[in-house]
Design a protein around this ligand. Structure first.
Ligand code: 13P
Ligand code: SF4
Length: 349
């Protein structure tokens, strides 16, 4: 039996018990089997609302962990390849987050509120939850940051310095007076007394490769083109583009655009290729071809294998090598930070 035949057969056999979730960066061969496809925010919310007993997260490990945190006690979460991580999520751990909060307190005499990007481990989200902070994603970072800035407390934003900076500037903050930086050496660069936002030093190795020159080149080569990018790109790229936002925003913007329009898209390249084939009435060009190797680890063969594993469990087996679990205390604390994100995001203000 081919992987596709096996996937189809196992989905048909357990239709009501298994939900397959896929991030927008997944290959088309995976996306076609997904019950829900979305950006990191949509995946977290959909998983929490779902009824299936088994969730298969086709994405990277922090997405599966977030699904496990949001799942009700009965639901079990699996990932087709446990080695599919996110290098940026591993750029801060829970010990560094706690230490950075201590250093900021010592430097400015105020308690900072952590805002951690969804691309972080469950343990980091748990420290954030315990400290009264919130998770954010690229689709709601500005709303979450504005919410905490209104309280007057300084915000510690981690791990993505690019998203943090782009969002802080979007909230009207300026580099020299309002924004400080703190690195893994715990040194603070900037005016700690004045700063409203402290940025950690993480970044996405994929989005960090895009340059302002690439934006200029694509505009020169395709007059009239509109350029949209993901906010994990650096400030120069984001501000030379016509728009920026989450993967959901990029998808919607191109899908809803007028036929015949031409788009340059600065994000993971498998996604841009899929966007191009899904929108044959528009021209969709990658700003540069940078695939996310971790996202691309999920293949039909591995999806078939994880469904086989779940089938075995339903039939009474015990092997669960691809299951992602989070210990109950970490999950409870991380859920507070994810819950704050959902309530601030969904609030009508
Ligand atoms: P989105 O939340 O926009 O889907 O981004 C997740 C991600 O990992 C982008 O690199
Ligand atoms: Fe992580 Fe970057 Fe891959 Fe997104 S594209 S999963 S941020 S490494």
């Amino acid at each position: 039996m081919s992987p596709d035949e096996e996937i189809r057969a196992l989905i048909a056999k357990h239709r009501s018990r298994i939900a397959i979730a896929a991030h927008h960066y997944q290959r088309p061969e995976i996306v076609k089997y997904a019950d829900s496809v979305g950006d990191s925010y949509r995946l977290a919310v959909d998983c929490a609302a779902g009824q299936a007993d088994f969730i298969v997260m086709c994405g990277v490990l922090f997405m599966a962990e977030s699904a496990a945190v949001m799942a009700d006690g009965r639901q079990r979460v699996f990932i087709p390849d446990r080695s599919a991580g996110c290098p940026m999520a591993d750029m801060i751990d829970e010990r560094q987050l706690s230490k950075a909060l201590d250093c900021i307190r010592e430097a400015c005499g105020k308690e900072a509120v952590p805002v951690v990007y969804m691309n972080s481990t469950a343990a980091v989200k748990a420290v954030c939850g315990r400290a009264g902070g919130s998770v954010c994603t690229s689709s709601n970072a500005e709303k979450i940051l504005r919410h905490f800035l209104k309280t007057g407390a300084p915000v510690f934003f981690a791990p993505d310095s690019r998203l943090g900076y782009n969002t802080a500037v979007g909230c009207g903050l300026t580099e020299n007076s309002d924004i400080a930086r703190i690195g893994s050496d715990m040194n603070i660069d900037g005016d700690a007394q004045q700063a409203k936002v402290f940025l950690w030093e993480g970044y996405c190795p994929i989005h960090n490769r895009f340059t302002e020159d690439q934006v200029k080149t694509i505009r020169r080569e395709h007059p009239g083109i509109s350029v949209i990018v993901h906010p994990e790109c650096n400030y120069e790229v984001v501000h030379s583009a016509d728009g920026f936002g989450s993967t959901e925003f990029l998808l919607r913007t191109v899908k809803e655009a007028a036929p015949g329009t031409v788009w340059g898209v600065g994000t993971e390249s498998s996604f841009v290729e899929r966007l191009s084939s899904d929108c044959p009435d528009k021209t969709v060009l990658p700003l540069a071809s940078y695939p996310c190797a971790d996202m691309n680890k999920i293949t039909p063969e591995k999806l078939a294998a994880v469904l086989r594993e779940i089938d075995g469990i339903i039939r009474g087996g015990t092997s669960a090598v691809n299951e992602v679990t989070v210990d109950p205390q970490t999950a409870a604390d991380a859920r507070k930070a994810l819950g704050r994100m959902v309530s601030v995001t969904e609030a009508n203000v």
